[in-house]
Design a protein around this ligand. Structure first.
Ligand SMILES: [Zn+2]
Length: 287
């Protein structure tokens, strides 16, 4: 942990309007930063060129300002830093810790269905069986030269050999801090760079947390398992590991996680309906 004031971040993706779940995470980060005498930065996680929309970035700024949240400039946009992610990816490739995977999603699903392996990663996707890990190097070179679409996958076994098996991080909450053991192997050979961009969520977030000097990562429990992979990537790339806190997710009346796709009301909807920022803060326990 670096010396100096704590640095937190709120890092939404501009692929939908912010809802109450985002408001809770943003307010919690701001509240904790204030209590710890630190700052909270805003980061726009827009690596997805299909789903990220400029109008939605403007809407994020407007919604957060409406809630009374203001952030230091400059606000980092991940789409401005693809070169940095590419360099981190290439570092892992050069060290033979990542390999190209030419399988389509459908092929991977079919492999999982046909095979005996029923194991899934923590997100519920079938674990990649490692088909492309042992492809003939000449064939790989040929595929790459031909521009065959591919992702880049972390060679989990090689990665754990490189870092050693002991993985973990410090988790903190209101009652204190404790060491948590991490198990990155449950992600298998995770994708570190997608077909369309030279990074994945995991690689970009790990790079950015270090680049922005983030000391405390406060995010939803839906990302708790991802932290296991993140601490491994930090070790591989020689980056510091922040302290982590994974907060409960806000659920709708049916007990489901709030999501635009399930018709959860956006902050803009609530504002339209005459709900005040103060009422939202009270509802979420921040007044
Ligand atoms: Zn493959």
């Amino acid at each position: 942990m670096s010396l100096g004031a704590p640095v937190l971040r709120f890092a939404p993706s501009p692929n939908g309007r912010l809802h109450l779940g985002h408001a809770y995470s943003a307010l919690l980060n701001a509240d904790l930063a204030a209590r710890m005498g630190g700052v909270c930065r805003l980061r726009i996680e827009d690596i997805d060129p299909q789903r990220s929309k400029p109008a939605l970035i403007d809407a994020i700024f407007a919604d957060l300002a409406w809630l009374g949240l203001h952030y230091p400039e400059p606000v980092r946009r991940q789409s401005d830093h693809m070169g940095d992610y590419r360099a981190a990816r290439d570092d892992l490739i050069d060290r033979r810790l990542a390999y190209p995977c030419f399988c389509s999603r459908g092929q991977i699903r079919a492999l999982a269905e046909a095979g005996k392996a029923t194991a899934c990663d923590p997100d519920g996707a079938p674990l990649y069986p490692g088909t492309c890990r042992s492809l003939d190097p000449a064939r790989v070179a040929e595929n790459l030269a031909r521009g065959e679409p591919h992702t880049w996958r972390l060679d989990m076994t090689a990665a754990l050999r490189c870092t050693g098996p002991d993985q973990g991080y410090v988790a903190f909450d209101a009652t204190g801090a404790q060491r948590i053991a991490a198990d990155p192997a449950r992600w298998g050979d995770a994708v570190i760079a997608r077909r369309d961009v030279p990074t994945s969520y995991h690689l970009a977030v790990v790079h950015d947390d270090a680049a922005e000097g983030i000391s405390h990562v406060v995010r939803g429990r839906d990302l708790e398992a991802a932290s296991d992979l993140h601490v491994l990537l930090q070790k591989l790339l020689g980056l510091p590991t922040p302290h982590y806190r994974h907060h409960p997710l806000l659920l709708d009346a049916g007990g489901e996680k709030l999501a635009k796709s399930r018709g959860s009301q956006s902050l803009a909807d609530l504002r339209e309906a005459g709900v005040t920022p103060r009422r939202i803060r009270m509802q979420l326990g921040f007044v």
